[in-house]
Design a protein around this ligand. Structure first.
Ligand SMILES: [Zn+2]
Length: 448
C-alpha cells in the first residue's frame, strides 16, 4: 500500500472509533476518508465543543473497558474529560520508552515528580513496570513530597532521571545551593525528562549546565495524550504513529506554508477511550526544517497557547520567546531564578543575582521591545525558607496515646497536617519580603 493509502486507512479507522462517542456520532455521519485530504472537510473540534459534550461526551468505549480518567487543570475555569483504556496508556508508555532507551532501562531510578492527576505520572509508572526502571512516585503540588523532600529523595535514591515540570530543576538547584551543595555533585542525575510548560533553549541549556544532564522535552496534553518528545538535537518530533497532525494558518482553516507558524490540530490515531478528530489544541507551533538527527518525522517548536499571545509596546510576542530571553538573561548573570512581568510598554525581567553585567541590550535586540532587567536579592523570587517550611502531613488518625512519646494531639486536623511554627526572626523576614513584593507591585502599577 502506498503511504497515502496507509494514511487514509489509519484516519478512517480513527474516525470509525470516534463515531462511538456521543460527541462524534452526529458530526461524522456520512464522512468517509478515501484520501488524507478528505479529513479537511470534517469540522474542527474546539475545547468549547468538548465542554458542551459533557464529562462522558468524548467516551467511545463502555465504562468496563476504561481504566483511567483524566481532567484538564481548567486554567480558564472549565475542564475537559478524557477516558483511557489500559491499551491507550500502554501505547503511550511504549512509544516513550522505545524512543528513549538512554532514559529508561532496568535499574534506572526515575524520580517521578509529575502531579498524580496528570497522565505522565502514570505513564512513567507503566514504563518502569515494563522494565524501564524504578519509579519513585513523588508528585509535586502535593504536601507529602514538598520540594526539600524531593531533593532528599534525589540524593538518597541516587535517581538518574528527573521527570517533572520545567520549574522543578530550578527549585531543586536553589535548595541544593542553600544547603551548600553543588547540584551536579550532590545528585546523580544524568537526564531530565520535562514537560507541561514552555521549555525554551536557554532554559534547557542552563539546566544542562548546572546539573550536568541531558534535557529531553515531553509534549502532550490531557486531551490528546502524547504528542512528541525531544531528540538528541533538541528538536521536538511529533509522534506521527499516534497522532495525525495538521498545522493551520492563524486566521483561517487552511494548511500553513511549511516552515510558518500555525495552529496545531490533532486527530488521535491510537486512542480508544476518548478519540479526537481534528482537535484544535490551542497551541501555536512553528514547523522546523528536517532535523539533523535523521528522524524524518516533523519537528516543531511549541510557542504557547494562541490565547496567551503577548502584546507589548505595539508588538506581538510569544511566551516561549519571552521566557527564552528571560532564561538567557538570568544565565548571563549566573542565575536560574527569574520572573518575567509583561507590561504595556516593556518587558520586566526580574533576576535573583549578585553578579554584575547588563543583559538588557541583548534581550531588547532579540525581542524588539524595551526590556528592563531588575536584579533582586536571593529569596525575593523564590523564597527557599518558605519552601523548606512546608507543612508536614501524616496518615490520618482518630486516636492519640498521650502516654507514649511523640506528638500530643487533640483533633483530627492535627493528626493529618502540622503547620510549621514560625519564629520571630523568620516571621520578620517573611513579612519584609511580602512588603517588598507589595511595594514593587504598587510602583509597577503606578508606572503603568
Ligand atoms: Zn531530531
Amino acid at each position: 500500500m502506498t503511504r497515502h493509502r496507509t494514511e487514509a486507512a489509519a484516519l478512517e479507522t480513527a474516525l470509525e472509533r470516534a463515531r462511538s462517542s456521543p460527541l462524534y456520532a452526529e458530526r461524522l455521519r456520512g464522512v468517509s476518508i478515501r484520501e488524507p485530504e478528505d479529513l479537511e472537510r470534517v469540522p474542527l473540534t474546539t475545547r468549547a465543543d468538548l465542554q458542551r459534550a459533557g464529562v462522558h461526551g468524548t467516551r467511545a468505549v463502555p465504562l468496563d473497558r476504561v481504566c483511567h480518567y483524566g481532567e484538564t487543570s481548567g486554567t480558564t475555569g472549565a475542564s475537559n474529560s478524557t477516558w483511557l483504556t489500559a491499551e491507550d496508556l500502554r501505547g503511550n508508555a511504549r512509544a516513550i520508552a522505545a524512543r528513549h532507551p538512554e532514559l529508561f532501562g532496568p535499574g534506572r531510578v526515575l524520580l517521578n515528580r509529575f502531579p498524580f492527576m496528570a497522565a505522565p505520572a502514570h505513564l512513567i509508572q507503566l514504563i518502569a513496570q515494563e522494565g524501564g526502571g524504578i519509579s519513585v512516585p513523588a508528585g509535586n503540588i502535593n504536601w507529602d513530597v514538598p520540594f526539600p523532600r524531593a531533593l532528599d529523595l534525589a540524593i538518597t535514591t541516587g535517581a538518574q532521571v528527573l521527570v517533572s515540570l520545567p520549574v522543578e530543576p530550578i527549585v531543586l538547584e536553589r535548595l541544593a545551593r542553600e544547603r551548600g551543595l553543588d547540584p551536579a555533585n550532590a545528585t546523580r542525575f544524568d537526564a531530565f525528562f520535562l514537560g507541561g510548560a514552555p521549555l525554551p533553549p536557554a532554559m534547557r541549556a542552563r539546566m544542562a549546565h548546572v546539573f550536568g544532564v541531558r534535557v529531553v522535552e515531553l509534549y502532550g496534553s490531557t486531551e490528546t495524550m502524547l504528542l512528541g518528545t525531544g531528540c538528541p538535537e533538541g528538536t521536538l518530533h511529533l509522534e506521527t504513529d499516534l497522532v495525525h497532525v495538521e498545522v493551520l494558518e492563524c486566521d483561517r482553516d487552511a494548511p500553513v506554508v511549511p516552515g510558518r507558524e500555525g495552529r496545531l490540530v490533532v486527530t488521535t490515531l491510537a486512542i480508544e477511550g476518548s478519540p479526537l478528530v481534528r482537535f484544535e489544541t490551542g497551541d501555536l507551533v512553528r514547523e522546523l526544517a528536517p532535523c539533523k538527527c535523521g528522524d524524518p518525522r516533523l519537528g516543531i517548536v511549541v510557542l504557547g497557547r494562541t490565547a496567551d499571545e503577548l502584546r507589548v509596546a505595539g508588538a506581538k510576542l510569544h511566551p516561549y520567546d519571552v521566557i527564552d530571553v528571560g532564561a538567557e538573561a538570568a544565565a548571563s548573570l549566573d542565575s536560574s531564578v527569574f520572573f518575567v512581568v509583561v507590561l504595556r510598554d516593556r518587558i520586566l525581567v526580574r533576576i535573583e543575582s549578585e553578579t554584575g553585567g547588563d543583559p538588557a541590550a541583548r534581550a531588547e535586540s532579540r525581542l524588539g521591545v524595551p526590556v528592563e532587567i531588575e536584579r533582586v536579592a536571593a529569596n525575593e523570587l523564590l523564597d527557599v525558607e518558605l519552601l523548606t517550611r512546608s507543612p508536614r502531613v501524616y496518615k490520618p488518625v482518630v486516636l492519640s496515646d498521650w502516654q507514649r512519646p511523640g506528638r500530643r494531639i487533640v483533633s483530627l486536623n492535627e493528626g493529618m497536617i502540622e503547620w510549621p511554627k514560625i519564629g520571630a526572626a523568620e516571621a520578620w523576614r517573611w513579612l519584609r519580603r511580602n512588603l517588598s513584593r507589595t511595594s514593587r507591585r504598587r510602583r509597577l502599577l503606578r508606572s503603568g
